[in-house]
Design a protein around this ligand. Structure first.
Ligand code: GDP
Length: 488
């Protein structure tokens, strides 16, 4: 019980069942060990096997990471353009450089996916520090850095795209590497690196990444650079070569992202200040907290239909009380009334203003006192703006601290919140057109996992196109995006 900390009457397992490593300097990253005190639910327990894999990965990151002899050696090899060859000495380290882009939610999903792939394939994960990736989070691995240091020899790696000659898909197409008959060349004749392109425009060949035959080739390439903005983990579950390990690491498959995101992403002290000050001031004392994520785009006008969808959803699902007629009295007045805090996150303030006005002007049928809060309204999505991203990260985290969560279909912002919080959200369906409120307005998601928006549609075993939501029982289609895949 050394890891349990007692605060008030509750005791906290600050290491989350061994998910987190002990021994970090607590002051340098307060959120790492404090976040447990802000959660009303303990979260899922990691398996002993997952815990051991995480400790192994940390040791690998220290042994091979930036600043080590092994790292300098591997960089030299990359510069020379030659593969590490057949050497299997103790210094033989393999790397995965993860490039993440687009909004913060996308970047977190991409990095979490890259991390799991690195663990499965024994690679060191190095994260491209641009797009604020080096600024919003604490270092996740003790005694080393996960940020790719400046001076990386592949000078233009951040511009890699579907057209890059060294992409896995293009190497297959140009027969630089072959899988069909098994690439029989010695590893020393393989390229020093390959670029894995898993964006929405990924080609059929790029997506062969999700086949075991192709993984056998990639295994021998020392450096991989991966670019994705998606949660590709459901695709990894389709790979027969990974299924055994994934099953041992995650006996509850619907908690994969829940574990990875809590392990990897800790708000830095500045963002943690934003989270805790807001929580303590506006959410802490309520008996119940409801999060509503209203994803809107800058150019969209305020939509009465979306407001109706929010109220219909939350009232139908009994997340928010119905309202009495204007002059009616509440059922249970007085100081004993229950309190409910509603946290709205959105780029716009209009939805929050309307909800707040509704619960001020009329009484709740249940007699509850409903307060409505919104931390910021940034109006437009911006890229590369520091305070903008810090607020977005704080709001994702605040949503994850609620007791019930309503999210917007398709939004990775909401996915991260639900994963961190271990919450199976109510998803507001995407309307067919803007003047139509979907019926039903929302539905309970089948799991807390994110949806993989750009999955492969290929059966590796049968070597032909297939419905990849029907290959293994743990991978099904998403309720918010019919072609997407998610783990259940
Ligand atoms: P997605 O586009 O909904 O999948 O989510 P992303 O997080 O990937 O990208 C949306 C970006 O827009 C966020 O990262 C924020 O920068 C901004 N944004 C969208 N909604 C909100 C919000 O409710 N609050 C804040 N602070 N920023 C938001």
């Amino acid at each position: 019980l050394v890891n349990r900390r007692v605060s008030g009457e509750r005791s906290y397992d600050k290491l989350l069942g061994g998910l987190l490593a002990d021994g970090f300097d607590e002051r340098s990253c307060r959120s790492r060990y404090q976040s447990v005190m802000y959660r009303s639910r303990p979260g899922k327990q990691p398996s002993a096997y997952l815990v051991s894999k995480l400790r192994q990965q940390e040791a690998l990151q220290r042994r091979c990471g930036p600043g080590t002899v092994a790292y300098s050696h591997a960089l030299e090899q990359l510069r020379s353009g030659k593969s590490a060859g057949d050497s299997t000495g103790p210094q033989d380290c393999k790397y995965l450089v993860s490039i993440s882009y687009r909004g913060l939610g996308n970047r977190i999903l991409a990095t979490a996916s890259a991390f799991l792939y690195a663990v499965l394939t024994g690679r060191v994960l190095l994260v491209d520090p641009s797009n604020e990736m080096g600024e919003l989070f604490c270092e996740p691995f003790p005694g080393t850095t996960w940020l790719l240091p400046p001076g990386f020899p592949l000078a233009s790696y951040t511009n890699f795209s579907v057209n890059t000659t060294e992409s896995y898909g293009n190497m297959l197409r140009n027969k630089v590497i072959r899988t069909a008959a098994g690439d029989v060349r010695p590893a020393s004749r393989l390229p020093a690196f390959s670029y894995v392109h898993l964006d929405h425009d990924a080609t059929e060949q790029d997506n062969l990444f999700f086949c075991d035959e192709d993984q056998r080739v990639l295994r021998n390439i020392s450096w991989l650079v991966m670019r994705t903005d998606s949660y590709i983990v459901p695709g990894l579950f389709l790979d027969t070569g990974f299924q055994g390990e994934l099953g041992r690491m995650f006996p509850e498959p619907d908690a994969v992202f829940h574990h990875i995101v809590r392990y990897l992403f800790h708000p830095n002290n500045h963002v943690w200040g934003l989270v805790t000050r807001y929580y303590d001031a506006y959410l802490a004392t309520a008996q119940q907290r409801v999060g509503i994520q209203v994803r809107v785009f800058g150019s969209q006008p305020n939509s009465p239909e979306l407001l109706e969808q929010i109220t219909k959803c939350t009232q139908k699902e009994r997340l928010l009380p119905e309202l009495l007629a204007a002059a009616a009295d509440p059922v249970a007045p007085g100081p004993s009334r229950k309190t409910k805090a509603v946290l709205v996150t959105s780029l716009k303030s209009w939805y929050y203003e309307k909800l707040k006005g509704m619960y001020w002007e009329r009484a709740a049928a249940t007699g509850e006192a409903v307060s409505v809060h919104q931390p910021s309204h940034e109006e437009f999505q911006r890229f590369g703006a520091r305070s903008h991203d810090a607020k977005a990260w704080a709001e994702i985290y605040l949503l994850s601290l609620t007791d019930a969560l309503v999210t917007t279909a398709w939004s990775t912002f909401g996915y991260v919140a639900q994963g961190l919080g271990g919450l199976r959200p109510w998803v507001m369906y995407r309307p067919d057109n803007d003047t139509h409120v979907p019926d039903p307005p929302c539905g309970r998601d089948v799991s807390m996992e994110p949806c993989f928006h750009a999955p492969p549609f290929y059966d590796c075993r049968l070597k032909r196109g297939a419905d990849t939501g029907k290959i293994v029982p743990q991978v099904q289609h998403c309720i918010d995006m019919s072609w997407g895949l998610k783990i259940v």
